[in-house]
Design a protein around this ligand. Structure first.
Ligand code: RUB
Length: 326
Protein backbone atom coordinates (compact mmCIF):
# COMPACT_ATOMS: atom_id res chain seq x y z
CA UNK A 1 0.00 0.00 0.00
CA UNK A 2 1.41 3.37 -1.00
CA UNK A 3 1.40 5.83 1.90
CA UNK A 4 2.23 9.51 1.29
CA UNK A 5 5.75 10.34 2.44
CA UNK A 6 4.51 13.21 4.65
CA UNK A 7 2.26 10.79 6.52
CA UNK A 8 5.16 8.40 7.15
CA UNK A 9 7.25 11.39 8.24
CA UNK A 10 4.60 12.47 10.78
CA UNK A 11 4.42 8.93 12.19
CA UNK A 12 8.24 8.90 12.49
CA UNK A 13 8.27 12.33 14.14
CA UNK A 14 5.72 11.25 16.74
CA UNK A 15 7.62 8.05 17.48
CA UNK A 16 10.97 9.85 17.80
CA UNK A 17 9.33 12.61 19.90
CA UNK A 18 10.17 15.36 17.44
CA UNK A 19 6.44 15.95 17.71
CA UNK A 20 5.51 15.46 21.36
CA UNK A 21 2.99 16.45 24.02
CA UNK A 22 -0.43 14.80 23.96
CA UNK A 23 -2.30 17.67 22.30
CA UNK A 24 0.29 18.22 19.57
CA UNK A 25 0.40 14.48 18.89
CA UNK A 26 -3.40 14.43 18.43
CA UNK A 27 -3.32 17.40 16.06
CA UNK A 28 -0.44 15.85 14.09
CA UNK A 29 -2.40 12.58 13.81
CA UNK A 30 -5.41 14.48 12.48
CA UNK A 31 -3.18 16.27 9.98
CA UNK A 32 -1.70 12.93 8.86
CA UNK A 33 -5.14 11.41 8.25
CA UNK A 34 -6.18 14.53 6.35
CA UNK A 35 -3.09 14.38 4.13
CA UNK A 36 -3.65 10.66 3.58
CA UNK A 37 -7.25 11.31 2.49
CA UNK A 38 -6.26 14.15 0.15
CA UNK A 39 -3.40 12.22 -1.44
CA UNK A 40 -5.22 8.90 -1.88
CA UNK A 41 -4.56 7.61 -5.41
CA UNK A 42 -5.94 4.06 -5.13
CA UNK A 43 -9.02 2.43 -6.68
CA UNK A 44 -12.17 4.53 -6.40
CA UNK A 45 -14.28 2.11 -4.43
CA UNK A 46 -15.32 2.52 -0.79
CA UNK A 47 -13.75 -0.65 0.46
CA UNK A 48 -10.27 0.18 -0.96
CA UNK A 49 -10.40 3.67 0.54
CA UNK A 50 -11.52 2.36 3.94
CA UNK A 51 -8.76 -0.25 3.90
CA UNK A 52 -6.17 2.40 3.06
CA UNK A 53 -7.38 4.79 5.77
CA UNK A 54 -7.44 1.92 8.28
CA UNK A 55 -3.83 1.16 7.41
CA UNK A 56 -2.84 4.79 7.99
CA UNK A 57 -4.85 4.90 11.25
CA UNK A 58 -3.01 1.85 12.55
CA UNK A 59 0.35 3.26 11.46
CA UNK A 60 -0.30 6.50 13.34
CA UNK A 61 -1.71 4.93 16.52
CA UNK A 62 1.15 2.42 16.72
CA UNK A 63 3.65 5.25 17.29
CA UNK A 64 2.99 5.94 20.99
CA UNK A 65 0.67 3.95 23.25
CA UNK A 66 -0.03 6.13 26.29
CA UNK A 67 -1.52 9.46 25.20
CA UNK A 68 -5.17 8.61 24.56
CA UNK A 69 -5.60 11.94 22.73
CA UNK A 70 -3.82 10.32 19.79
CA UNK A 71 -6.13 7.30 19.80
CA UNK A 72 -9.27 9.40 20.38
CA UNK A 73 -8.36 11.74 17.51
CA UNK A 74 -7.87 8.85 15.09
CA UNK A 75 -10.97 7.07 16.36
CA UNK A 76 -13.05 10.22 15.87
CA UNK A 77 -11.89 10.81 12.28
CA UNK A 78 -12.25 7.14 11.35
CA UNK A 79 -15.77 7.02 12.81
CA UNK A 80 -16.71 9.91 10.49
CA UNK A 81 -15.17 8.10 7.50
CA UNK A 82 -16.92 4.84 8.37
CA UNK A 83 -20.28 6.61 8.71
CA UNK A 84 -20.23 7.65 5.01
CA UNK A 85 -21.66 5.39 2.36
CA UNK A 86 -21.61 7.77 -0.58
CA UNK A 87 -18.38 6.97 -2.40
CA UNK A 88 -14.72 7.92 -2.07
CA UNK A 89 -15.14 11.66 -2.55
CA UNK A 90 -17.63 11.87 0.31
CA UNK A 91 -15.41 9.76 2.53
CA UNK A 92 -12.40 11.87 1.67
CA UNK A 93 -14.35 15.02 2.57
CA UNK A 94 -15.55 13.44 5.80
CA UNK A 95 -11.93 12.77 6.82
CA UNK A 96 -10.80 16.28 5.89
CA UNK A 97 -13.70 17.98 7.70
CA UNK A 98 -13.32 15.83 10.82
CA UNK A 99 -9.56 16.50 10.96
CA UNK A 100 -10.06 20.26 10.54
CA UNK A 101 -12.75 20.29 13.22
CA UNK A 102 -10.60 18.35 15.65
CA UNK A 103 -7.57 20.61 15.15
CA UNK A 104 -9.65 23.77 15.47
CA UNK A 105 -11.49 22.58 18.60
CA UNK A 106 -8.28 21.39 20.18
CA UNK A 107 -6.70 24.85 19.83
CA UNK A 108 -9.84 26.53 21.17
CA UNK A 109 -9.87 24.09 24.09
CA UNK A 110 -6.38 25.15 25.18
CA UNK A 111 -7.41 28.77 25.10
CA UNK A 112 -10.45 28.10 27.33
CA UNK A 113 -8.42 25.93 29.69
CA UNK A 114 -5.84 28.68 30.11
CA UNK A 115 -8.64 31.15 30.84
CA UNK A 116 -10.32 28.91 33.46
CA UNK A 117 -7.03 27.69 34.92
CA UNK A 118 -5.54 31.18 35.33
CA UNK A 119 -8.55 32.18 37.46
CA UNK A 120 -7.66 29.40 39.89
CA UNK A 121 -4.13 30.73 40.43
CA UNK A 122 -3.95 33.00 43.46
CA UNK A 123 -2.32 36.42 43.47
CA UNK A 124 1.40 36.36 44.21
CA UNK A 125 1.62 32.67 43.35
CA UNK A 126 4.66 30.44 43.17
CA UNK A 127 3.86 27.68 40.68
CA UNK A 128 5.63 24.41 39.98
CA UNK A 129 5.24 22.57 36.70
CA UNK A 130 6.67 19.31 35.40
CA UNK A 131 7.63 18.33 31.86
CA UNK A 132 6.25 20.44 29.01
CA UNK A 133 2.52 20.77 28.58
CA UNK A 134 1.04 23.32 26.20
CA UNK A 135 -2.14 23.48 28.32
CA UNK A 136 -0.19 24.02 31.56
CA UNK A 137 2.23 26.55 30.05
CA UNK A 138 -0.67 28.50 28.47
CA UNK A 139 -2.42 28.60 31.85
CA UNK A 140 0.70 29.89 33.60
CA UNK A 141 1.35 32.51 30.90
CA UNK A 142 -2.26 33.69 31.21
CA UNK A 143 -1.99 33.94 34.99
CA UNK A 144 1.25 35.90 34.57
CA UNK A 145 -0.51 38.34 32.22
CA UNK A 146 -3.03 38.85 35.01
CA UNK A 147 -0.08 39.81 37.25
CA UNK A 148 -0.50 36.79 39.52
CA UNK A 149 2.80 34.94 39.16
CA UNK A 150 5.83 35.57 41.38
CA UNK A 151 7.87 32.71 39.97
CA UNK A 152 7.64 29.30 38.36
CA UNK A 153 9.74 26.26 39.18
CA UNK A 154 10.14 24.13 36.07
CA UNK A 155 11.57 20.64 36.53
CA UNK A 156 14.15 19.67 33.96
CA UNK A 157 12.27 16.37 33.39
CA UNK A 158 14.85 13.72 32.83
CA UNK A 159 15.69 11.84 30.78
CA UNK A 160 14.32 13.80 27.80
CA UNK A 161 14.59 17.33 29.33
CA UNK A 162 11.19 18.61 28.16
CA UNK A 163 11.46 21.08 31.06
CA UNK A 164 13.90 23.08 28.96
CA UNK A 165 11.12 23.73 26.43
CA UNK A 166 8.88 24.85 29.28
CA UNK A 167 11.55 27.17 30.69
CA UNK A 168 12.25 28.67 27.26
CA UNK A 169 8.56 29.28 26.48
CA UNK A 170 7.95 30.85 29.89
CA UNK A 171 10.99 33.09 29.50
CA UNK A 172 9.81 34.15 26.02
CA UNK A 173 6.57 35.27 27.65
CA UNK A 174 8.45 37.11 30.42
CA UNK A 175 7.42 34.68 33.15
CA UNK A 176 10.07 34.48 35.92
CA UNK A 177 11.23 30.86 35.78
CA UNK A 178 13.71 28.74 37.71
CA UNK A 179 14.81 25.41 36.28
CA UNK A 180 15.34 22.72 38.90
CA UNK A 181 16.48 19.11 38.79
CA UNK A 182 13.58 16.70 39.27
CA UNK A 183 15.12 15.60 42.56
CA UNK A 184 14.74 19.17 43.97
CA UNK A 185 10.93 19.10 43.88
CA UNK A 186 10.44 18.35 47.57
CA UNK A 187 13.18 20.84 48.49
CA UNK A 188 11.19 23.75 46.96
CA UNK A 189 7.67 22.47 47.65
CA UNK A 190 7.17 24.45 50.88
CA UNK A 191 7.44 27.64 48.84
CA UNK A 192 4.98 26.50 46.16
CA UNK A 193 1.28 27.53 46.04
CA UNK A 194 0.10 25.49 43.06
CA UNK A 195 1.34 22.61 40.98
CA UNK A 196 0.07 22.91 37.40
CA UNK A 197 0.68 19.99 35.02
CA UNK A 198 -0.79 18.54 31.84
CA UNK A 199 -2.11 15.07 31.10
CA UNK A 200 -1.69 12.38 28.49
CA UNK A 201 -4.68 10.41 29.67
CA UNK A 202 -7.39 10.80 32.32
CA UNK A 203 -9.04 7.55 33.38
CA UNK A 204 -12.72 7.01 34.17
CA UNK A 205 -11.97 7.09 37.91
CA UNK A 206 -10.08 10.40 37.66
CA UNK A 207 -6.49 9.15 37.76
CA UNK A 208 -4.10 11.13 35.58
CA UNK A 209 -1.37 9.62 33.44
CA UNK A 210 1.33 12.16 32.70
CA UNK A 211 5.11 12.36 32.29
CA UNK A 212 7.11 10.08 34.57
CA UNK A 213 7.68 11.84 37.89
CA UNK A 214 4.29 13.57 37.98
CA UNK A 215 3.07 11.22 40.71
CA UNK A 216 6.15 12.02 42.83
CA UNK A 217 5.49 15.74 42.36
CA UNK A 218 1.84 15.20 43.37
CA UNK A 219 2.88 13.17 46.40
CA UNK A 220 5.26 15.92 47.57
CA UNK A 221 2.52 18.49 46.96
CA UNK A 222 0.01 16.42 48.91
CA UNK A 223 2.39 16.18 51.86
CA UNK A 224 2.93 19.97 51.80
CA UNK A 225 -0.81 20.65 51.28
CA UNK A 226 -0.15 22.30 47.94
CA UNK A 227 -2.99 22.27 45.42
CA UNK A 228 -2.47 20.20 42.26
CA UNK A 229 -4.23 21.32 39.08
CA UNK A 230 -4.24 19.17 35.96
CA UNK A 231 -4.96 20.97 32.69
CA UNK A 232 -6.46 18.57 30.17
CA UNK A 233 -8.60 18.82 27.06
CA UNK A 234 -11.57 16.44 27.14
CA UNK A 235 -10.14 14.30 24.34
CA UNK A 236 -7.54 13.17 26.88
CA UNK A 237 -10.21 11.24 28.77
CA UNK A 238 -10.00 7.54 28.04
CA UNK A 239 -13.19 5.66 27.09
CA UNK A 240 -11.22 2.41 27.19
CA UNK A 241 -10.74 2.73 30.94
CA UNK A 242 -14.51 2.82 31.48
CA UNK A 243 -14.65 -0.83 30.39
CA UNK A 244 -11.84 -1.77 32.76
CA UNK A 245 -8.85 -1.57 30.42
CA UNK A 246 -5.57 -0.35 31.87
CA UNK A 247 -3.60 2.45 30.21
CA UNK A 248 -0.43 1.07 28.61
CA UNK A 249 2.67 2.83 29.91
CA UNK A 250 5.24 3.46 27.19
CA UNK A 251 8.73 2.11 27.89
CA UNK A 252 11.47 3.94 26.01
CA UNK A 253 15.04 3.08 25.12
CA UNK A 254 17.94 2.79 27.56
CA UNK A 255 20.01 5.25 25.50
CA UNK A 256 17.69 8.07 26.64
CA UNK A 257 18.85 7.42 30.22
CA UNK A 258 22.59 6.76 29.82
CA UNK A 259 25.01 6.93 26.87
CA UNK A 260 25.21 3.78 24.72
CA UNK A 261 28.96 3.29 25.30
CA UNK A 262 28.34 3.35 29.05
CA UNK A 263 25.71 0.63 28.66
CA UNK A 264 28.15 -1.40 26.56
CA UNK A 265 30.90 -1.03 29.14
CA UNK A 266 28.60 -2.30 31.92
CA UNK A 267 27.40 -5.68 30.63
CA UNK A 268 24.48 -7.11 32.58
CA UNK A 269 23.22 -3.72 33.71
CA UNK A 270 19.51 -3.22 33.08
CA UNK A 271 17.95 0.19 32.46
CA UNK A 272 14.28 0.93 33.01
CA UNK A 273 12.83 3.97 31.24
CA UNK A 274 9.07 4.27 31.79
CA UNK A 275 7.83 7.41 30.07
CA UNK A 276 4.69 8.03 32.14
CA UNK A 277 3.21 7.31 35.54
CA UNK A 278 -0.18 7.31 37.22
CA UNK A 279 -1.27 9.94 39.74
CA UNK A 280 -4.27 8.74 41.73
CA UNK A 281 -7.32 11.05 42.02
CA UNK A 282 -6.71 11.59 45.78
CA UNK A 283 -3.64 13.68 44.91
CA UNK A 284 -5.41 15.91 42.40
CA UNK A 285 -7.45 18.94 43.46
CA UNK A 286 -9.03 19.76 40.12
CA UNK A 287 -8.89 18.95 36.44
CA UNK A 288 -9.23 22.05 34.29
CA UNK A 289 -10.98 21.17 31.01
CA UNK A 290 -12.46 23.33 28.27
CA UNK A 291 -15.95 22.50 29.55
CA UNK A 292 -15.17 23.48 33.12
CA UNK A 293 -13.10 22.86 36.22
CA UNK A 294 -14.04 19.48 37.66
CA UNK A 295 -13.02 17.27 40.58
CA UNK A 296 -11.21 14.16 39.29
CA UNK A 297 -14.14 12.06 40.52
CA UNK A 298 -16.31 13.67 37.80
CA UNK A 299 -14.17 12.19 35.01
CA UNK A 300 -16.81 9.62 34.15
CA UNK A 301 -19.36 12.41 33.53
CA UNK A 302 -16.99 14.05 31.05
CA UNK A 303 -16.46 10.70 29.34
CA UNK A 304 -20.18 10.11 28.96
CA UNK A 305 -20.91 13.64 27.81
CA UNK A 306 -17.99 14.21 25.43
CA UNK A 307 -16.94 10.74 24.38
CA UNK A 308 -20.23 8.88 24.70
CA UNK A 309 -20.01 7.85 21.03
CA UNK A 310 -16.58 6.24 21.62
CA UNK A 311 -17.71 4.68 24.89
CA UNK A 312 -20.54 3.04 22.98
CA UNK A 313 -18.07 1.55 20.48
CA UNK A 314 -15.90 0.20 23.30
CA UNK A 315 -18.90 -1.23 25.15
CA UNK A 316 -19.95 -3.08 22.02
CA UNK A 317 -16.53 -4.29 20.94
CA UNK A 318 -14.93 -4.75 24.41
CA UNK A 319 -11.50 -4.25 22.96
CA UNK A 320 -9.27 -1.48 21.75
CA UNK A 321 -10.57 -0.89 18.23
CA UNK A 322 -8.50 -1.61 15.20
CA UNK A 323 -9.56 0.43 12.27
CA UNK A 324 -11.11 -2.19 10.04
CA UNK A 325 -9.35 -4.81 7.98
CA UNK A 326 -5.70 -4.13 7.33
C1 RUB B 1 4.51 15.08 27.48
C2 RUB B 1 3.69 15.17 28.72
C3 RUB B 1 2.75 16.35 28.83
C4 RUB B 1 1.36 15.93 28.34
C5 RUB B 1 0.43 17.12 28.18
O1 RUB B 1 5.14 13.83 27.34
O2 RUB B 1 3.70 14.32 29.57
O3 RUB B 1 2.64 16.77 30.16
O4 RUB B 1 1.47 15.27 27.09
O5 RUB B 1 0.93 17.99 27.20
P1 RUB B 1 6.04 13.55 26.03
P2 RUB B 1 -0.03 18.97 26.34
O6 RUB B 1 7.06 14.64 25.96
O7 RUB B 1 6.62 12.19 26.27
O8 RUB B 1 5.11 13.56 24.84
O9 RUB B 1 -0.72 19.84 27.33
O10 RUB B 1 0.92 19.72 25.47
O11 RUB B 1 -0.97 18.11 25.58
Amino acid sequence: MEIPIRVVQIADDIKAMRIRGAGKIARAAAEALKIAAIEYRGPLDESSFKKYMAYVANLITSTRPTAVSLHNAVLYIMSKVRAVSGGVDDMRNAAINAADKLIQESIEAISRISEFGAKRIKNGAVVLTHCHSTAAVSTIINANRMGKIVKVYSTETRPFFQGRITARQLLESSVPVIQIPDSAVRYVMNEVDHVVVGADTVTSNGAVINKIGTSQVALAAHEARVRVFVTAETYKFSPMTAIGELVPIEMRGAEEVVPLDWIKSHPGLEILNPSFDVTPPEYIDAIVTEIGVIPPQAAINVLVERLGWALEEFLQSEHRPVFGEV
